[in-house]
Structure formats: C-alpha cells, structure tokens
Design a protein around this ligand. Structure first.
Ligand code: CO
Length: 465
C-alpha cells in the first residue's frame, strides 16, 4: 500500500515563515518526544535561517540545538535545508568549507540534507550532495519551481534526471512561493515519476491559497512525501496543516500512518507558543492573507514587503503598481531566475531603481552586476547581449562553476577565529556569519558558558557518522 510520508516543518520552515525564525530551543523541547513518536518521516529542524537566527537573535548555539534535539529524537530522521554552495549564508564558499559544514552537520545529528540552488544551476549543489553521501547522510537534491515561458515539464524532468545522476537519494520539488497549481502539479509529478526512480518530495507554501489542493493532486500523481506544519504554525506563508492532511488521507491508499490523537497534544503545545508571539507582536496576522500577487507578478510574499519598504524609503509609494509590473520585466531581462533568496532581493531592488530613476538600468546594484557576470551561476536563459552590455559593459562573464574560482578557505577561517575556538563547529559559525558569531562567542566567554561535552559525546555515540 503506498503510504504518503510526512515531514513536519514546525521546527524550521513553520516558524521561519510565520514568526521570522524566532522559536527557541526551550520552546521545542517540551513536545520533542511526542514529535519523535508521532510517526513522521522526518522533522525539518535546522538550516535555512535557523542557524543565523540562533546566533543573531536568540543567543543560542545552533550546533547545541541540533545536539540537544538529536539526543531526544531516537526514531525519526532529522532534516535540514542547505543552500548549495552558499551553505546557509549569502555568498559562495569554497568546496573545503562546504564539505566541512556537511561533515559536522551529519556528525552532530542530521540525517537528511535538502540541497538547493536558487538558479537551479546544479553545479552549485554537487559538492554538497557528494559530501552528504561521503559522510553517510541522505542527500535530497532539489529543483526549485518557478513559472516562465521556458520553465516547462520537459525542463524540470531534465533537471530531475541530472539530480538523480549526481547520486541524490531523493528529489525535492521546492515551490517557495506557493505557485504550483493543483492540475499542473499533478502533471509535473506524474512526468517526474515516469522518468526518475528516486523518491519525490514536494515542498510548498500556502501563500496563494491553493496548496492543500496541490498536495492532494500531487499525492494522486504518486508523490512520495510532502511537507506540512502542525496546525498552529500552518497556513498563510507556511505549509498546510499536518492534521488536515493526515485526516484527509486516513483510511485511503495514501494513509500517512500518523495518529490524530498524538498530533493534538503537539498542536496544544504550539498553540500556546503561537499565542505568545501574537501578543509580543512578532506574529503579524498579515502573513495569513491569501496573496494572489504571487500568481500575477511572480512576487513572493516576503519580497512584497521588501519592495514596499524600499519604496517608502525613496518616498515613492505612489509607484507601487509600476514596480509590480516592472518586476517580471527585469526578471525576463535576467533570464527568468526563480525569485528566491538571493535573486528575489536583487531583482526587486533593480525594479525599484528602474521605476524611481525614471530610466531603466540607470542605477544598478552590485549584486545585479555580479549576477550578470555569472558569479551566482548560470541563468536558465542566456541574458541578451544588449541587456548585458547595459549592465556590465565589456566586462567578462565567467562560464565555469563560480566556486571553481575560490581557493580553499577553511584554514584561513580557522586562523582568523582561533581566539574564540572552543569546538570545531565554531569555525563554521564564524565562517558563515563572522560578526554575529564573534558577538555570540564573546557573550559565551563572558558568561563562562561551557559547552556540554557529555552531549557532544552522546550524540557521536548514538549517531555514528
Ligand atoms: Co519553504
């Protein structure tokens, strides 16, 4: 009987999407055993913005969060999200840093690493996939979903086949803006199932209000796993509610095997946590508005609020609609990049500049120049020569994998941060977020806070690499 597997996102994407990644480890632990015993395929609980948020806002060691949760989760796989060659940061890192980060993630307790590149330039996920395999983890290769005249089923199938050929253990279709429609979702998953053998997982967001229908059609097409969030941290810019999907599928050939009674207890706990974030204002109820602008303009929710604040700063709120129309034009000029971090930011900024300056590409942010020079990877469609000329003049465009130009960085990162070194994981925290990590290290020294070395040993023993 085909069973649909469920990945619970409340510990990562659920709170990243609704409360800006502010959930603390202590707010997770009271139900961690319940989560472990509920029958989930995996718990997504690390990576994405959680690492930065721990160091920057919560004064928590992200590595310790991972170890503490690992020590209590004995039956369920722990999953993380990794941005290919960017790891969890915003620039490309050398291969030795990517390898070391993956090694330590698995050593500290991660089982499944979902690896994606914002441009679907698969050269940017290859090092992380190889490293995950080398250290005994499950490598989930990812294809980012977007809509454009060139993004069709054939292209997605081709990308999926390449991901499988790289040695990925499973494939994720990542629809970060929630724009995959139910019937096209069916067609896409069906085509992928016919062309690849590895399991397929679908990740999407409720932003445009179609997502539970999309999940249902994807399940009918044979998708193996979906991402859901326990109800208090579901809907809006997050995922569909776990309980609703479990109830929908119960008793059918797609039964998830999860028990609603157990999920109720987990939901009770997170309802209290959510209430706290409503009261302190971090949870803005606007995240629950259905946003169909993502369908018309390809502008995901987070990008929309950035655009508004940029326009407010430029005193040009009256240009809002013009900017919305300019976004798809800039995207077309740039070869239809999927709008996800970091491309969503720089496409948005360019659109604002084009409108506010009253002339297109009169002002150009450096990120756009780097993108056109190939420093983020290869766009899906080659950029037209006249646009290229306008943006970078006669400057050279690189065609190799961007990280091929980077010398090894691990040793120099180690040397730079050695006065703060207390564990090998600190090197990675510093390498990814130097300023916030130093602040965290200094607070740690001042508090004479000691890393729980028993915990480190325990995880290593129970979770051999
Ligand atoms: Co997501």
């Amino acid at each position: 009987m085909p069973k649909v597997k469920i990945t619970e996102t409340v510990l990562r994407d659920g709170h990243q999407s609704l409360i800006a990644t502010r959930m603390k480890t202590e707010e997770m632990l009271p139900v961690i055993e319940e989560l472990d015993n509920a029958g989930y395929h995996s718990l997504e609980m690390w990576g994405g913005a959680t690492f930065d948020s721990c160091l920057r806002f919560l004064n928590e060691d992200p590595w310790e969060r991972l170890r503490v949760i690992r020590s209590k989760v004995k039956n369920t796989k722990l999953q993380m999200l990794l941005r290919g060659q960017n790891i969890l940061g915003y620039k490309n890192y050398s291969d030795d840093v990517v390898d070391e980060f993956v090694r330590l993630s698995i050593k500290n307790g991660i089982d499944i690493i979902r690896i994606f590149d914002a441009l679907n330039d698969l050269r940017n996920i290859e090092t992380a996939i190889k490293a995950t395999k080398k250290y005994g983890g499950h490598a989930q290769g990812t294809v980012v979903y977007t809509i454009s005249p060139i993004h069709n089923t054939e292209l997605y199938v081709e990308l999926a086949k390449k991901v499988q050929a790289m040695g990925a253990d499973s494939l994720c279709i990542k629809d970060m803006s929630g724009i995959l429609t139910p019937y096209y979702g069916y067609e896409l998953i069906k085509a992928l199932k016919e062309n690849i053998d590895i399991p397929i997982q679908l990740h999407t967001h409720c932003t445009s209000g179609m997502t539970d229908m999309t999940y249902l059609k994807a399940i009918e097409a044979g998708v193996d796993a979906i991402d859901t969030a326990i109800s208090p941290f579901a809907l809006g810019t997050s995922q569909p509610p776990t309980e609703s999907m479990v109830a929908t599928l119960k008793g059918t050939e797609y039964d998830t095997g999860l028990e609603l009674d157990r999920l109720c207890k987990i939901a009770d706990h997170f309802r209290d946590i959510k209430e706290k974030y409503v009261k302190n204002g971090i949870l803005n109820q606007n995240v629950f508005n259905v946003d169909t602008n993502v369908l018309s303009y390809q502008v995901p929710g987070g990008m929309l609020s950035n655009l508004m604040s940029q326009l407010a700063q430029a005193n040009a709120m009256d240009k809002y609609n013009e900017v919305l129309l300019e976004v798809p034009r800039v995207r077309e000029d740039l070869g239809f990049p999927p709008l996800v971090t970091p491309s969503s930011q720089f496409v948005g900024t360019q659109a604002v500049m084009n409108v506010v300056a009253g002339e297109r590409y009169k002002m150009i942010p450096n990120e756009i120049k780097d993108y056109v020079k190939g420093k983020y990877g290869k766009p899906s469609v080659p950029i037209a020569d006249d646009i290229k000329k306008k943006i970078i003049g006669d400057e050279e465009v690189i065609t190799c994998r961007p990280a091929d130009l980077l010398p090894p960085q691990l040793e120099s990162i180690k040397a730079e941060m050695k006065e703060y070194y207390e564990q090998e994981e600190d090197v990675m925290s510093y390498g990814l977020f130097p300023q916030v990590a130093v602040k965290f290290f200094k607070d740690r020294q001042a508090a004479k806070y000691k890393i729980d070395s028993d915990m480190v040993d325990k995880v290593e023993k129970t979770h051999p690499v």
